[in-house]
Design a protein around this ligand. Sequence first.
Ligand code: ARG
Length: 460
Amino acid sequence: MAQMWGGRFRKETDARVRALQDSMPFDIRLWPYEIQVSRAHVQGLRKIGVLTPEEEAKLLAGLEEVQRILAQGEVNWEGVEDVHTLVEQLLVEQVGEVGKKLHTGRSRNDLVVTDLRLYLREEIRRLQEKLRKLRRVLRELAEQHCETLMPGFTHLQPAQPVTLAHHLLAYHEMFLRDEGRLDDCYRRTNVLPLGAGALAGSTLALDRDYLAELLGFDGVAENSMDAVSDRDFVLELAAAAVLIALHLSRLAEELILWSTPYFGFVELDDAFTTGSSMMPQKKNPDVAELSRAKAARLIGNFTALAALVKALPLTYNKDLQEDKPLLFDSLDNLQLLLEVFPPMLATMEVKRERMAAAAEQGFLTATDLAEYLVGKGWPFREAHRVVGEVVLYCLEHGKRLEDLSLEELRRFAPQVEPDVLEAIRLETSLRRRALRGGPAPATVRNRVAELKKRDQNLLK
Ligand code: ARG
């Protein structure tokens, strides 16, 4: 049986059409779920009396056997239309005529989304597991670098002092949100379409609640037409994947910059870089570069998925078959990326001195000086203007703010007292940024501890 249908056709399908439309190359990965769903469906048919207990037993044993055969990976599925056809065909080979009862009351339209939802439940959990590992590495690095001073940037220009810990925990926040977003995806993915049939259910009294229970779905799709045509869950996951990839790409871009000799903030481990065939001296951050590129690819996949669904009339249309190669491509690539990031980060060498030296440039405590004047009663706008003049003076005299004497500062702001010299030191600036969410080492250390506790509780 190369196809599940054909009775009303006088001719074979053209071979070129088969090449275009057969989905086997990408839906073969759904076979374990196809079997799981078929098992539940058989039990459901028995429950409502469509199958006898003997038939049920035969079919379940047959599906067990099919599972064994497919697990060996030696099935030749050439010329088979799709995974649904393959499993039914193998079942009939195992159990004979009774196997032809499997497809009672169901359609590939409700089957394929039931399989896919089951598959995605696992994929989502795997992504979350990897995100947790990544967050753990970020948290551990942060723990070591609460005092590692570095410049914080806006417009990629030096702005205010931060620490490497604070910088890395910014990414931690992103990945924490990503994990939450995946929880949301999971909730809307974990709904049973089976029973919706081709589009309008079945005249058989399929017990969909029972099927949902057997398959571990938290709910049942309430409208059979929506059930077979809904791909929101695919788009949501593809979008969540895009966000994760975007976050990785931003981190990747920083690693690329930071590992240039001009920054020299980090050196990536040999195992996570590559060389040049021509230039012997090269050590290139290819992983990070590929991460940027993969983000582009995931955006493309998301865009294509959205375009698939746009203006698509109800219910099932063959367009929807194209959802899988796009989504699988996104997920496969994202899983790969998430494998590489934790070890790449954990093995990278942090050059504290280079970061500290960079923080010396760029007048990072200029805002601190302005806020010092605010403490003396100055309107901030006035303080801002005068500190701008101080910076200009420093630029003209080749000085840093910390190099200025009290007398020099008093020329601009007579009210300053000796404690101003303390206020414009980088370490002071950092320590004083102790408001909630700020970079002060003590604040960041608290946040690290909080996050650690949170993850430990999750594991309990
Ligand atoms: N292979 C299809 C898909 O991936 C599922 C089968 C529905 N096909 C059909 N001719 N009704 O969407």
